[in-house]
Design a protein around this ligand. Structure first.
Ligand SMILES: [Zn+2]
Length: 284
């Protein structure tokens, strides 16, 4: 599943392509992936793409009316969550359309922004912006997770979020109401780098501070590498990421730890798999 670095990579690609471009038409082929605002898609015709943002694992777009004097006010908020296998790619008009293409945004330059998702865990949502509904309100109604951004959170807030948590640290890191954007890969990788076992709880302040540093470092390194392509993740230009080459534990069970040589393990914690080194990672 695409996590923060993969979604950020897609957002960066789209930021280079979309803002200021006119949307000729928006075609939604499956209503079940767009539970909010499916009937409103025809109303996007002729609008212009504004800002492209990311919040956790959510891609957020504003669409605005073009006025003779330049940019109009934001008129719509569009949310796209890639789910497990969702891809959002810019394609040329004549390019063969992949199977499981559920939505197409036709751009004025002839390109298409296509959303494809074989497993259909992805979600799209659309809401009008008006006096009553500002962007923050729209995002909340579109289901954007309320947690803090890991790359923005300060030390004191981070400690506050995890200190005294009764849940194993691995589960707490995945809880999108605390931090948003961290999934299985980057939770496992940051816990190994911080030397904390996934089942640990009641973690001391200095070790939580180390976890915050390692989490931010691993997310930044992954963004620089274009994300991790462990299954079918590609960016908006169809290119794979390379951070999987730098994974220390995720997907490496049975292989030797790159730090100490011990055999890496995989366990289930609250229904999610956790990869870790029994020697380098300590409880508490
Ligand atoms: Zn080790």
């Amino acid at each position: 599943m695409p996590e923060l670095p993969e979604v950020e990579t897609v957002a960066r690609g789209l930021r280079r392509m979309l803002p200021g471009t006119r949307l000729v038409r928006a075609e939604l082929r499956r209503r079940d992936i767009a539970r909010i605002g499916a009937a409103d898609w025809p109303r996007l015709e002729g609008l212009e793409w504004g800002a492209v943002e990311r919040a956790g694992k959510y891609l957020l777009f504003t669409l605005r009316r073009r006025t003779p004097r330049g940019q109009g006010r934001p008129a719509w908020r569009l949310m796209i969550h890639l789910g497990m296998t969702g891809q959002l790619r810019i394609s040329q008009a004549g390019e063969a359309e992949p199977a499981h293409t559920h939505a197409i945004f036709y751009l004025e330059n002839g390109n298409q922004l296509r959303f494809q998702d074989p497993r259909r865990f992805g979600r799209l949502g659309l809401l009008p912006l008006d006096e009553e509904t500002d962007i923050a309100e729209a995002d909340a109604r579109l289901g954007v997770a309320p947690g803090r951004e890991p790359l923005e959170i300060g030390e004191a807030e981070f400690i506050e979020l995890f200190r005294g948590s009764q849940a194993p640290i691995k589960s707490a890191l995945l809880d999108q109401k605390r931090l948003r954007g961290v999934g299985n890969i980057y939770a496992d990788e940051s816990l190994h780098r911080a030397g904390i076992a996934p089942r640990a709880r009641g973690i001391s302040r200095p070790r939580l501070l180390r976890l915050r540093r390692e989490l931010r470092a691993v997310l930044r390194a992954a963004i620089r590498a274009g994300g991790s392509s462990v299954s079918d993740y590609v960016n908006s230009e169809g290119e794979r990421g390379w951070f999987q080459m730098q994974h220390r534990v995720y997907g490496r069970e049975g292989q030797p730890c790159r730090q100490c040589g011990a055999k890496l393990r995989r366990v289930e914690i609250s229904g999610r798999s956790a990869h870790y080194c029994p020697q380098c990672q300590r409880l508490g």
